[in-house]
Each structure stands twice: as structure tokens, then as C-alpha cells.
Design a protein around this ligand. Sequence first.
Ligand SMILES: Cc1ncc(COP(=O)(O)O)c(C=O)c1O
Length: 425
Amino acid sequence: MSIANELKAIWSEYDLDELASEGAKFLSRGSATDWGLPADLEPRVPPITLGGGIPDPVSLPRDELIQSMSRSIDVESDEPLRYGGGIGYEHLRDEMARRFNRERGSNVTADHFLLTNGSAGAIDLVCRAYLSPGDTVITERPTFSGSVRTFKGHQANVVTVPIDSEGMRTDLLEDRIQEVEKNGVRVKLIYTIATFHNPAGITMSEDRRNELLRIAAKHQILIVDDEAYSELRFPETSLPKDLSTMSECHGVISVGTFSKIIATGLRVGWIHGDPRVLDHVLRMRFDMGNSPLLHYMLADFMSSGELDSHIEEMRGLYRDKCRALANGLRTYCEPYITFKEPEGGFFMWVNLRDGLDPQSVQAAAVEEGLIAPAGYAFFPNQDEMDTQNIRLAYSWARLEDLEEASKRLGRACERVATGEFTLAS
Ligand SMILES: Cc1ncc(COP(=O)(O)O)c(C=O)c1O
């Protein structure tokens, strides 16, 4: 008998699940796009996807990235092709500090940045550094489902605070903290998407930011501000100061990414915070850092001014897409929905009229040829899924398809409202 067959006989007796970590046992594999749709639904026409938060594919800066990559690799030194260390390429962190100081009036240096595998990787590293099993993370309700998976994978309890049009309901926050702490459980992190929220599209007001900073500091809880979309304000939008700049990084860690401002496939993001926080993260980072070659390419892309002009262009493009979708929704969906037009980011959070079930509308929309998630996907806890929403991401679809997408949503709403479409239970 070969060794492989011998081992097969032995291992087939074992339960591999039993060896899995507690996090792996607890989580299903899932994915950010697992929206609980019935498997047998088929679009009747080629679908338009308003699904994920992905940048416009046509305007990706391919030529400029090729030039930056070529300049990065065509050098005497082997540095871009050698291990780069856990904190990441200094020149890129330097460029980022310069951009932060210029755009936000902050006063930070390369030492306030650590480069990661996207902002998802940044959040995972923050969890490694600060969470022990059984700790609590407070999130907004709704919130980005990918981050919730990360918190739960680190065996944290996720407790939520609702949002309204001004962001997290900070008037409810302290009670939530006290409820958790009364049971002897530690709240370690408050996770917010303060600017251009996913999924809700809103931005936290300055008053709420102040209140959040004060409450978190009083209870010695770190704020994690997910800034995935915050660079993508529409040209006429002005924003309140970001939480890191307001606090000068006292008690605030922000995470950011090149995914939304350039391309999700880069897998480069960052943690921005007090250098002592970065030190904790480095103690718990075991992957030997990210690709120095990509860091060199991005540093070149930034120092040559390409990132600035690309972001400028994207702000205008996403404003146009958002307006096209909003106009379409007003024309074709008026009786069935309300929405607040975002001022940046990728998402329109649509409220369905009372009685229109979001999951049914989502499913009818698939048949009509429109893919978009129902609001349930963004609620961390099953018993709190009090949503009447679906989320429409206008970033990736073609500008010229957004009117048709609205028509399809209008037809889906009508079919659900008239009872022509019902979801098989
Ligand atoms: C709010 C938010 N945070 C983080 C991420 C993860 O992005 P990435 O890891 O590509 O930077 C996403 C992606 O959709 C997001 O919407």
C-alpha cells in the first residue's frame, strides 16, 4: 500500500472539522456577495449589476499603472523584489502622509501609516492586535458585512447601534456600552464607516463625530474608522474633518484602501494611527508584509501626480453616475421608494414603501435583470434585521445602463406590490 493510501485510510476515520479553530468552526465560508438569493432564479435578460463596491472598469488607469510599474522594476537595486518588512515601503507611506496633510490639514508622517492587504486586511490586523475571544465590538446598524465576518472570526461579540441621516446614533451609544460592561465584558472597538457609509451612503455629522470621540475616550474604547470611500466625495461636497485628524489619532485608528480610488485587485490598503498602535499591530503581523513591488508602483503613481488627477476624475464620474441613477429612480420607481441622494461614495440606500418585502423585490429584480442586495445582508444580528432597504451600487455599472436599471427596479417593485411576484418559501 502506498503511503498516500495508508494515510487516506487513517484520515478518513477522523473528523477534520474537529481540528478547525473556533472561528473557522463558527463561520460559514460565505462571501461578501452571498445575498441569500434562491438558487433557481434566472434573469430574463442580460443583467445589470449594481452589486458590489467596485470602481468603474472603463476608467481604470491602466497605462499610468503600467508606466509606474515599469519605472519601479527597471532599477539597479533588487529592493522592489525583496522582502519589504511588515510596515511597508517608506516612500509610499511618505507620499500618503503628504496627501493626508494637504487634503485634510492633518500633521502626520510616514510613521503614522502601516501598509496592509486592502482595508479588509487592515481591519483583520487591528483585530489581531486588540481583540481577545469574547471581547465586544460595537458597530453601526447596518454596516459592511465583510467587517462583521472579521470581528466574528476573531470570536468577538458584535453589538450594534442604529444610524440615521447623521450617522451613528451616539445618543444610544453610552447605554449600549454600559449594557455590555455591566456583564463584565470589555468593549474594545467601535467600528464606524463615518464617511460615505456602506451600505447607507450617509456621512456622520460633525456633532456626532465629537460625541463619538468623547464617549469612546471616556470608556477607553478604540474607534476604528473605515475610510474605504472617504476620498470619493463628489466635486461640490465639503466634508467634516475626519475622526483621525480631529483626534490627532488619540484613540482613533483609521483604515483605508487603494481599492476604491484605483482598483480592488491591487490589494493594498493601510492602517493610519498612533505609532504605538502600529507597534501593537506589527507584533501580531506574521505574513512578512505585502508586495514591495506594488508599493513601489503606487509610490511612483502618487509622486508623479497621477493619483491626484485620477481621484479628481473619479469624483466627477461617480457624481454623474449617482445623478443618473437618482433621476432614473425618480422617474420609474417613485410610487414605491424613497431615498436620500448621497454626496459621495458608491452606494444608494433605497427605502421600499411599507409592505414591500426587500427580499421579494431583490428576487423579482433578478428576474427583471437587475442584481442588487437586499438590506438584510448588512445587519450583523439576525434579530435586528428591521430593514425596508435594498442597496444600489452605481460605481461599476455603465453610466448609460443606470436609467434601464431603474426601470427594471420599478418593474420589480410593481410586480411585488401587485402580487404578481411572490417569493417561494
Ligand atoms: C466599508 C468597506 N470596508 C472595507 C472594504 C474592503 O475593501 P478592500 O479590502 O478591498 O480595501 C470594503 C469593500 O467593499 C468596504 O465596503
